[in-house]
Write a protein that binds this ligand. Structure first.
Ligand SMILES: O=C(O)CCC(=O)C(=O)O
Ligand SMILES: [Fe+2]
Length: 328
């Protein structure tokens, strides 16, 4: 139960077509925690105190203390907020209708709209990296994060620098469809509850990602609500891992792991903050390559073909000529 009595009911969760097991929930002091992180396996940490100083970051506190900056908010006519890369629409001159609308807002306008939001209205998702426009109290909260613990993880696991802290504020029921990111992520839940469903990089062929030149690069083409099994038959064989994060929980979300994220439907709005770290120098590579390393190889091949052929429509036929009857 959270302070305001709102919590989540697993029985309300949507049942998808695939089975899942639970992601382990462990203390950061449990030796298995460090082992799982070093093996790039997901784990939920219940007591890192990573963002303990931000547990007060509810709408009222943020409105008073976040400052005059401008915030990116996505609007959706349904539950889904499928990410798209606007630069790729321009770069490849594509006919692409964005599935959500992106607007810039002052935080107080967003807060007002969120307070008055009712189910049935357009859903909202604020997604904005924290920057130096935040007010002094929030800078102090930020400086009080458990940098000790997270810096030790970065060092032990040979990661590169912290690149950003994305602040996410969502209306209940929002869904971030399944995708992967190219960075390591500690995902800290501050307010409300989120359900995560994860799939390992080995599920690449079962999730049919869009081509790398596509605005939906890194996103799966499979819609969990209506999987088109005739087009995506291997999705039949998928299985995942899931967890529900509440205030104080931190998920280690390994680089290249697929994730689908739901803000719990019958609860409150959710506030989260992630910590994205670049991967480190690869060091000594062992064979056979791991799933995430093969994903990186495939991305590079696709990117090279796009660059060389100068026409995204030529990539598929060339790959087909290369493979069919020779490697099939
Ligand atoms: O919380 C969400 O809805 C999405 C978060 C996400 O995809 C990420 O942190 O990489
Ligand atoms: Fe993500």
């Amino acid at each position: 139960m959270s302070e305001n009595g709102k919590t989540f009911e697993e029985s309300h969760f949507h049942l998808y077509d695939f089975p899942t097991v639970s992601i382990p929930r462990l203390s950061h002091l449990n030796p298995d925690t460090d082992r799982l992180i070093s093996e790039m396996k997901p784990v939920v940490l219940t007591d890192t105190e990573l963002v303990a100083s931000a547990q007060k970051w509810n709408l009222d506190y943020l409105e008073k203390n976040i400052g005059p900056g401008s915030y990116t908010v996505y609007l959706s006519n349904n539950k889904k907020f499928k990410y798209f890369d606007e630069s790729k629409i321009r770069e490849h001159n594509l006919n692409f209708t964005p599935p959500t609308e992106r607007i810039e807002m002052k935080f107080w306008d967003f807060a007002e709209r969120l307070r008055n939001w009712k189910d049935g209205e357009k859903r909202m998702y604020l997604q904005q990296p924290l920057n130096d426009t935040v007010g002094k109290n929030m800078v102090d909260d930020f400086l009080s994060f458990n940098w000790n613990w997270i810096a030790r993880q970065k060092k032990e696991n040979n990661w590169g620098p912290l690149t950003s802290n994305l602040l996410l504020i969502s209306t209940p029921g929002n869904i971030t469809p399944v995708h992967y990111d190219e960075q390591e992520n500690f995902f800290a839940q501050i307010h409300g509850y989120k359900r995560f469903i994860l799939f390992s990089p080995d599920c690449y062929d079962k999730l049919y990602p869009h081509p790398v030149w596509h605005p939906h690069d890194r996103q799966s083409q499979v819609d969990f609500d209506v999987p088109q099994y005739d087009k995506f038959p291997k999705f039949h064989d998928i299985s995942g891992q899931e967890a529900v994060l509440g205030p104080g929980d931190v998920l280690y979300l390994p680089m290249y792991w697929w994730h689908h994220v739901e803000t719990v439907q019958h609860g409150d709005y959710a506030v989260s903050l992630n910590f994205w770290y670049k991967s480190g120098p690869s060091g000594k590579i062992t064979y056979p390559l791991q799933g995430f390393q093969k994903m990186a190889v495939m991305r590079n091949i696709e990117k090279m073909l796009v660059e060389t052929l100068k026409d995204v429509n030529e990539v598929g036929p060339l790959l087909q000529a290369l493979v069919e009857g020779r490697y099939t």
